[in-house]
Write a protein that binds this ligand. Sequence first.
Ligand SMILES: [Fe+2]
Ligand SMILES: [Fe+2]
Length: 219
Amino acid sequence: MVTIDTLKQNERVDALITKADQLLGEIGYTEHGQRHASLSANIAYNIMIRLKKPEKQAHLAAIAAYLHDIGNVINRDYHAQTGAVLAYDILNETGMPYQDVLEVVAAIGNHDENDGQPVSDICAASILADKSDVHSSRVRNLNMIKQDIHDRVNYAAKSSFLRVDEDKKTISLEIKIDTSISQVMEYFEIFLSRMVVCRRAAEYLKMRFELEINGQRLL
Ligand SMILES: [Fe+2]
Ligand SMILES: [Fe+2]
């Protein structure tokens, strides 16, 4: 079975993630490299397992989440769609069953909040995993935190955790923000569209999305 470990040993995948991250660095984006890919994969897998989805689907969610940003190697615009096309070739080369390849590329192609929507469980899990990664370690240049709101909000985020509660039917994003660096309002200013897409993804999974910042429930 093709799993995330198969991909982690794939030199092309490694090069794609590294190059995509480097190019995003060139245009001033936060970290989108191995760390973001692996973390998203782990979170997507855990969401699926928590929701008692089949193990195989959980692996597919992890694979989609691991590869979701490789399209940035071509351009930030339409990176979800270009990433899906890149993943199509790579996954076919691994010998993954064709139906599974199609599941994964559909999830990758729909992960972005600007032009995608949850089209499957694995897509919804990938979206939630991707969007919950807000963390100070993603900031590349500390000199930018005064000028750049994305850098500031990420830098202020000292921890973020996605809690899946099967009984309460809730998926909660719990973030701790250092308000001496960035105000909670700034978080909303740039993450509102992300929160909308998280809510849609949670609803697709028949769950309710909640947002908690510094212990206060805000959504
Ligand atoms: Fe993305
Ligand atoms: Fe991402």
